[in-house]
Write a protein that binds this ligand. Sequence first.
Ligand SMILES: [Zn+2]
Length: 79
Amino acid sequence: MGAYNIAKMVSYKASYTCQICYKSLWSKMYEYQSYSYSSRYKPEHFKKVCGDCVYKEVFGGNLWRIKKKEGVLDGECTL
Ligand SMILES: [Zn+2]
């Protein structure tokens, strides 16, 4: 894949504005950072990301809806 991602849920319920789609939410909040070995630029570290955006960024295409339903990123949460 050539990339390594941080994608994890940081809160079950948080009031925040998603840093990718700019929606105001009261919902699960995720953290996301993508590393690309081919890029010299430090990627932006998103600390407030909604479920739709984080799953789209990580899985893309049509897969993200399936993965979101499975909740594969949600298990990383440590409260
Ligand atoms: Zn979003």
